[in-house]
Ligand binder design. Structure first.
Ligand code: SF4
Length: 159
């Protein structure tokens, strides 16, 4: 069987982002993997029950690992604490990985769920800091290697 890859739904054109848009990534590699039946899509936030569109959320005072450890929270711009939904979405993504024996994920950079190297800093001013989103942190802790949409070549080299 082909090795499956978890991928953020918004990268494949699904309009599931907080602003009701997609973040479509045009790529021959993605088209090829899709053709081969490798891609398993996930939107942790929507699958956890959050609406689209929804208020933007950022991790306050830490990154996804801190959220998993209970020392940081995910807060919307309207000051609503959405940490439980983000944790639930991460668990759903992990369950998908386990079901399909997935070792590699390609998730949308800078999202509070899906970011793998950068996330927004919690001030809603457009500034990013080093860190992972909640889903990326949970997957990483369970041995799934998380890449961004800018690293497709690195994933190809592993297949
Ligand atoms: Fe895309 Fe991930 Fe945000 Fe869903 S949670 S819209 S998949 S970046």
């Amino acid at each position: 069987p082909v090795e499956k890859i978890l991928i953020s739904a918004c990268l494949l054109g699904q309009p599931v982002r907080y602003d009701g848009r997609a973040k479509t990534q045009e790529s021959d590699l993605l088209a090829c993997w899709r053709e081969q039946g490798r891609l398993v899509t996930v939107c942790p936030e929507v699958q956890a029950g959050l609406a689209t569109p929804r208020a933007p959320a950022e991790i306050q005072a830490g990154d996804g690992h801190d959220v998993l450890e209970g020392s940081a929270r995910v807060i919307t711009r309207d000051r609503e604490d959405v940490t439980p939904a983000f944790l639930h979405g991460a668990e759903l993504a992990l369950a998908l990985c386990q079901r399909h024996r997935i070792r590699y994920a390609i998730l949308t950079e800078a999202s509070p769920s899906c970011g793998s190297q950068r996330i927004y800093d919690g001030d809603f001013a457009g500034h990013t800091v080093a860190g992972m989103g909640v889903t990326s942190a949970l997957l990483t802790r369970h041995g799934v290697k998380v890449f961004s949409q800018h690293e497709l070549g690195r994933v190809a080299a592993l297949l």
